[in-house]
Design a protein around this ligand. Structure first.
Ligand code: NDP
Length: 298
């Protein structure tokens, strides 16, 4: 039982590696940086998948919200290529492999759904891309499609914001919130699709182990919340006030409007298929999710 994880050194990837090892799986990470139990993307292209690979997961991707990087054409190209090319390299390796893995799981984002105050999005949605990020999600998901005769189960997880202490949004918000400088983004009424780090990694394990799971699954919690409700939950868990709103124009200025949208707008996303498969969340509500982040920080 060996799992190959593209981007397995990252925030979600390292939490997934820990969970898989605890469950008795072997893990090989595909990374740009050499290290133990790692192979490079060039090795993957040259030698293919390691022997006895039973599942392949792709979690690679240049951090879109890196505040130190300007939203230039070149950076957007990095954001795109790091996801689409890594996914197609893994798909290629699966197609070439003599002994096939059972399943290929890739992550994608809820940015595929158009932000809207009234619409509810399930996995059945079939809308067209409407901006850079939705185009990216489409190309990213398509890059992992395998011909049917390859016979490998395919799963796509459209993840909401992953809440964990060691990465993603919470890591960036921790200091401002700690100093009581936190607050909602704009009026805070935009939806914030979210999932706890333990649940997204457990959902990946669930998809590896359940042979009936295939297709698109929304990787979001069943509790629909707004940015304001999240802000309140995190602040309460940290015993801090959080009443200083972050003006939208400031985020547009710092991040450029096209990517600031990830914070200033949101979608109402329902994990319909995820729940229909019987996945049970450890953190179905945001208050307990935030409390666990604070507990784990000590
Ligand atoms: P991280 O930024 O923590 O890690 C992703 C990994 O991708 C890195 O460890 C790195 O591995 C690899 N990587 C980074 N830049 C590049 C590049 N230019 N080319 C190739 N590989 C690169 O991301 P997360 O763990 O937070 O997220 C994993 C994936 O899930 C991403 O694609 C992200 O878009 C997606 N996602 C994340 C969400 C979140 O809230 N965190 C929400 C929805 C989707 P190495 O340095 O070893 O090569």
């Amino acid at each position: 039982r060996n799992v190959v994880i593209g981007g397995g050194t990252g925030f979600i990837g390292s939490a997934l590696s820990t969970l898989l090892r605890r469950e008795g799986y072997g893990v090989t990470v595909v990374s740009r940086v050499p290290g133990p139990q790692r192979i490079s993307w060039a090795d993957l292209g040259k030698n293919g998948l390691p022997p006895e690979t039973t599942a392949v997961v792709n979690l690679a991707g240049q951090n879109v919200l890196d505040p130190t990087r300007r939203w230039t054409k070149g950076f957007k190209q990095n954001v795109w290529a790091s996801r689409v090319n890594s996914t197609s390299s893994l798909a290629e390796a699966i197609i070439e492999a003599k002994a096939k893995p059972k399943v290929f799981i890739t992550i994608s984002g809820v940015g595929i759904y158009k932000p809207c105050a009234s619409k509810e999005y399930t996995e059945d949605y079939e809308g067209k891309p409407f901006d850079f990020l939705s185009n990216l999600c489409h190309d990213w998901e398509a890059a992992g499609n395998l011909p049917i005769d390859v016979g490998v189960r395919r799963v796509i997880l459209r993840s909401g914001v992953v809440l964990g202490r060691n990465g993603g949004m919470v890591k960036q918000l921790w200091l401002p919130f700690y100093f009581g400088m936190g607050g909602p983004v704009g009026d805070g009424n935009q939806f914030l699709p979210w999932i706890h780090i333990d649940d997204i990694t457990r959902l990946i394990l669930f998809a590896i182990e359940n042979e009936s799971v295939k297709g698109v699954l929304n990787g979001v919690s069943p509790e629909i919340i707004t940015n304001k409700q999240f802000t309140k939950a995190l602040a309460r868990a940290m015993w801090r006030p959080a009443s200083i709103p972050v003006p939208v124009f400031l985020l547009n200025l710092a991040f450029s409007e096209e990517r600031a949208k990830m914070m200033t707008e949101g979608q109402k996303v329902i994990p319909k298929r995820t729940q229909a498969y019987g996945f049970k969340y450890c953190y179905p509500d945001v208050q307990t999710a935030c409390q666990s982040l604070v507990r784990n920080a000590k």
